[in-house]
Design a protein around this ligand. Structure first.
Ligand code: NAD
Ligand code: ZN
Length: 367
């Protein structure tokens, strides 16, 4: 499938298929002006995918140049950025050149941000290899690094020229990462597409288990949903894009409480956050308790945790709520929450009282 991302200035395509990395040279050729092609990846992805990518590019007469960074969130840092920029300068990358980002959201965010500032902005191509990167981070142009003050606080909007989401890459992705990425797939159904949510209820286990046809559908429907929202609100100004934060305010608090560590992956936190947003919406009388239970059921059937009481956190409702205050989505003193009217109908609410959220979280922690 080819999904267009239609933007005012510059549109681009997202291809979702098997075999894209094995034929990466052919797909990238229209964008490559020189034989030397800089590629940034991480050690895990390099182990699995450097071979096929190298073979395709070398076979077509290119000379791939590799920067292999350590795997993990740590690469998305000032140090990782400096290393990346210095290496790109050594490679004598120029403004019209394309940099290839081969990896998960960490490599995509870092490479995209480096591309946005190198020589005042050069081009890049996303080759997302994690499910999360394929359905979320590689599409939409948000790039960033983390700093000691928090995650994604330094970054830029910088759109890629092309996104190649190769379904074959998911074959080497650890199952835990796959499930975590699937939370963002489910998110598109819960926030805006009840029919897709119901499709996920039926086929989520097949997507996780590796059914190729179902994976193709899950990824392309997710990318289409993200592309639609990004086209409507490229720079997060009209509010449409804010709906993508469903589950992320609660999720951010859980990630902060567990130290942004392997204890709780981002997608795992989003899955729990989505359930909390649904249950909190039900508590406010906005959503039916049956729909809140269905959200939890869909998360459970993907093999993800549904109860924050199971995380073994030494936290209470107020300490969790306090983390939300430090979330970058905080704007002019109010904390925007994405709540649900029904499955498929999320909306932005600015009237949520943090004390009430804290009381709700206390109950959830005890249940
Ligand atoms: P990640 O890049 O760390 O990848 C997860 C793990 O899987 C890593 O260990 C990686 O080496 C490994 N991996 C990736 N693809 C693999 C493959 N095909 N085979 C084997 N191993 C593979 O993390 P992620 O979950 O992909 O992305 C998370 C990052 O994305 C966070 O930094 C988050 O802030 C960012 N993000 C950005 C946006 C955005 O809009 N820019 C949206 C959501 C998340
Ligand atoms: Zn997310």
């Amino acid at each position: 499938a080819v999904i267009p991302v239609a933007l005012a200035g510059r549109s681009y395509q997202v291809m979702v298929e098997a075999g894209l990395l094995a034929n990466v040279a052919e797909h990238c050729a229209p964008f490559l002006r020189k034989a030397r092609v800089p590629i940034i990846t991480d050690a895990n992805v390099a182990q699995q995918w450097r071979g096929p990518v190298e073979a395709s590019l070398a076979g077509a007469g290119y000379e791939p140049q590799w920067l292999v960074l350590p795997a993990g969130e740590g690469a998305k840092s000032w140090d990782g950025l400096a290393r990346t920029i210095d290496w790109l300068l050594e490679q004598e990358v120029e403004r019209g050149d394309h940099i290839l980002a081969l990896g998960g959201g960490v490599i995509g965010d870092l490479t995209g941000f480096a591309a946005s500032i190198l020589k005042r902005g050069c081009s890049f191509i996303q080759l997302p290899t994690s499910l999360l990167a394929q359905v979320d981070s590689s599409v939409g142009g948000k790039t960033a690094i983390n700093t000691p003050a928090g995650k994604n606080l330094v970054g830029a909007f910088h759109q890629p020229s092309l996104v190649l989401a190769d379904l074959d890459a998911l074959e080497t992705l650890p199952t835990r990462q796959l499930r975590a990425g699937y939370a963002e797939v489910l998110k598109y159904g819960v926030l805006g597409d009840r029919a897709f949510f119901e499709w996920c209820e039926e086929h989520g286990t097949g997507v996780i288990a590796g059914d190729r046809v179902l994976r193709q559908q899950a990824v392309s429907r997710s990318v289409a949903a993200k592309a639609r929202i990004v086209a409507e609100d490229e720079r997060e100004t009209t509010g449409a894009r804010a709906l993508l934060n469903l589950g992320h305010t609660f999720g951010h608090a859980l990630e902060a409480e567990t130290g942004f560590s392997d204890r709780l992956l981002h997608g795992e936190a989003v899955a729990l956050g989505m359930i909390l947003a649904a249950r909190y919406s039900a508590r406010l009388g906005l959503l039916s308790p049956a729909d809140a239970a269905r959200v939890a059921g869909a998360v459970r059937s993907a093999g993800l945790e549904t109860e924050i009481s199971a995380l073994g956190m030494d936290a209470d409702g107020h300490s969790l709520a306090r983390h939300m205050l430090h979330d970058k989505k905080m704007d002019a003193g109010t904390l925007p929450f994405i709540l649900l009217r029904s499955i498929g109908a999320a909306f932005l609410d600015r009237t949520v009282a943090l004390d009430d959220v804290a009381a709700f979280l206390d109950e959830e922690l005890r249940s």
